[in-house]
Write a protein that binds this ligand. Structure first.
Ligand code: CUK
Ligand code: CUA
Length: 632
């Protein structure tokens, strides 16, 4: 460890020699181009990151209905970490430790908390994540946060990238199923824009249920710093995906079901739907001037079609659009057709005139290329090309944006550059840095919904197939298949230079504020003392951990006590995490280097109950244990 204290790690030293080796091979003149190497499948091809080498990119993967977020390294596609968010997680005790319960419950509405309490719960046990979005400053990733939606229980969450842990969870009132989620890019994040997918009556309290025509959709802006709802807008139609511009003026959302029906036939009856464009300044001014209606304590303005407000404009697009993707040059927004084979290109700059009433809605459309059957999402390489995932055709289609615009004007040009088969039925696609102004066009992932025959059969439930495609050359090249568990809807790929996680916790991190306050009130020095505090029928057991032992190898409580175990990890070495698992009590938790963690449970079972460290930490890790004696 001394090498780390000198500011130089073994990796830095090795990295130096690798660089020298790489230079030597360049001078030897035998370096394959990226696509040559990938095509030949040669070891040392660009997607192959040899043992001991680090990936160039972080990938933030949604875990779909597993409720988590995963961190992958690219181009190796190695899964590096799982960050529990809306799920209950066994390894870390997420959803069971006092600290995680607080994060998972404090942002719920009073009505939800009351409902859950009656079920004997403090929070939901599951979620459905779709859209992981890293925060921005001036259109570039700034490495502060990743935000993610929960469609299942109408929440959003924030993950701190310095420690790669969830630190805030917020239920969105007045909404129903948060699906599309994007961030304000300029000047910074800023707002988190949340789409309520399902239309409901407001208030949703058992009145006005009979006539779905009277239900409403709602669009929410959350302040990403305070994680409080800033304002909401009533909208027409079911909001699907959204995206914000690069100037901070507008945000837009695709909508299906402009028919406002409730059956599939009703929802798809009309050949056109719309995308709704929100004027952020107009909404902020109305809210500031007190012109919004307060619903559940939130200022709400009416942006529905029939309200003809200054808050929204509805641009007609072909039936049931899905993906909504802003191009990294800041000029265009792509609305992906889904039921139509087209992608509709809207020019952001035209919106000023549209809101001023100088032009009509369709005047904002500058292109509508035919891409293939079932275009879902589009990403970009920063060189003027777009890449659209085409679900029914199972393809990624590369097309040129400028050519698509020229073709729309009547010129005889074909914008399509290449169609690449993927396996199979691709949902989202995302290119490296493609959702920021620093799009670098190196890698693209195709998140395929079906893997069918691509992997060993694991029974009726198959993994999905996340494919890696090299887009650095003129031609797309498929270089890697990666099975994933349910269900990555979307992923964001961020260069490693943008993300700076720490190795060791700050023992005074705000995450531990409650524990510090509790210890102070108990006269305990948190992180140093080992003490048992008895407070009526409550017992607080403070102990520390240092490999390979707990500071307390035995403690005694009376049957019926409500016990809180607080463990402070004194190890300050990278990668030295301990755990605390208490046999037979549903208690387990992770305690990272210099972290504190606590778990409260009832000691209702007389006898000897061992606790042990479940995180392999030392040659004597098995011996890292102690006993809780419960007296009858
Ligand atoms: S959605 Cu799943 S494939 Cu929720 Cu972004 Cu399009
Ligand atoms: Cu500490 Cu294993």
């Amino acid at each position: 460890m001394s090498e780390e204290k000198n500011g130089m790690t073994r990796r830095d030293l090795l990295g130096g020699s690798v660089k020298i080796a790489a230079l030597a091979s360049v001078s030897g003149g035998t370096v394959l181009s990226a696509s040559q190497a990938a095509a030949s499948g040669a070891a040392g091809g660009k997607a192959d990151v040899p043992p001991g080498q680090l990936d160039e990119y972080y990938g933030f993967w949604s875990g779909g209905h597993s409720g988590e977020v995963r961190v992958l390294g690219l181009p190796s596609m190695r899964e590096l970490m799982r960050i529990p968010v809306f799920n209950r997680e066994s390894a870390t005790g997420w959803g069971a430790t006092n600290e995680s319960i607080k994060i998972l419950s404090e942002g719920l509405t009073p009505e939800t908390r009351e409902y859950l309490k009656k079920q004997g719960k403090t929070t939901f046990d599951h979620g459905d994540t779709h859209h992981p979005r890293p925060s921005y400053t001036e259109g570039s990733y700034d490495g502060r946060y990743v935000f993610i939606n929960d469609k299942a229980n109408t929440r959003i969450a924030r993950i701190r990238l310095d420690i790669m842990k969830t630190d805030k969870v917020l239920e969105i009132p007045n909404a129903h199923a948060i699906h599309g989620l994007r961030l304000q890019r300029y000047p910074k994040t800023g707002y988190v824009f949340c789409n309520s997918e399902m239309r409901i009556p407001l208030p949703n309290d058992g009145t006005n249920m009979k006539d779905p025509k009277k239900y409403t959709g709602i669009f929410t802006a959350v302040d990403g710093e305070t994680m409080k709802v800033a304002w909401q807008v009533l909208v027409s139609g079911n909001l699907d995906n959204n995206d914000a511009d690069y100037s901070g003026k507008y945000v837009a959302s695709t909508c299906y079901n402009s028919e406002e029906g409730t059956t599939t036939a009703e929802m798809t009856a009309s050949p056109t739907d719309h995308a709704v464009f929100f004027n952020i300044k107009a909404i902020e001014e109305a809210v500031k001037a007190g012109k919004a209606t307060m619903i559940s304590g939130i200022p709400v303005v009416d942006g529905r079609k029939e309200a003809k407000s200054q808050f929204t404009r509805y641009i007609p697009v072909p039936n049931s659009p899905h993906g909504c993707n802003a191009s990294p040059d800041g000029k265009y927004l792509m609305l992906n057709g889904k039921l139509s084979p087209t992608v509709t290109i809207v020019e952001w700059a035209k919106l000023d005139d549209l809101f001023a009433g100088k032009i009509s809605e369709r005047d904002c459309v500058v292109g509508e290329p035919e891409i293939g059957l079932g275009p879902l999402h589009t990403t970009f390489d920063g060189r003027g090309n777009a890449y659209t995932s085409v679900f029914l055709d199972s393809q990624i289609v590369k097309w040129n944006v400028a050519d698509a615009i020229r073709a729309f004007k009547g010129e005889k040009v074909n914008p399509i550059r290449q169609k690449l088969d993927v396996h199979y039925q691709v949902g989202h696609t995302n290119a490296s840095m493609g959702e920021s102004k620093d799009a670098d066009g190196k890698w693209l992932v195709a998140l395929c919904k079906f893997s069918k025959d691509r992997f060993l059969n694991v029974g009726p439930l198959k993994p999905e197939n996340d494919q890696l495609i090299d887009i650095s050359g003129d031609e797309m090249k498929l270089v890697h298949d990666g099975p994933t568990f349910a269900e990555p809807h979307d992923a964001t790929i961020v260069h490693r230079s943008k993300i700076k996680p720490v190795d060791v916790y700050n023992p005074n991190d705000p995450l531990f504020d409650d524990l510090h306050a509790m210890a102070k009130a108990d006269g305990v020095k948190l992180g140093t003392d080992s003490k048992i505090i008895t407070d009526g029928n409550k017992v607080r057991v403070y102990m520390t951990s240092q490999a390979p032992s707990f500071s307390m190898t035995e403690f005694t409580v009376k049957k019926g006590s409500e016990v809180t175990v607080i463990v402070s990890n004194q190890d300050d070495v990278s990668d030295l995490t301990h755990g605390f698992t208490l046999i037979g009590h549903n208690v387990c938790m992770e305690i990272g280097p210099k972290a504190h963690a606590s778990h409260t449970f009832r000691a209702d079972r007389p006898g000897v109950w061992y606790y042990y460290c479940q995180w392999f930490c030392h040659a004597l890790h098995m011996e890292m244990q102690g006993r809780m004696l419960v007296e009858s």
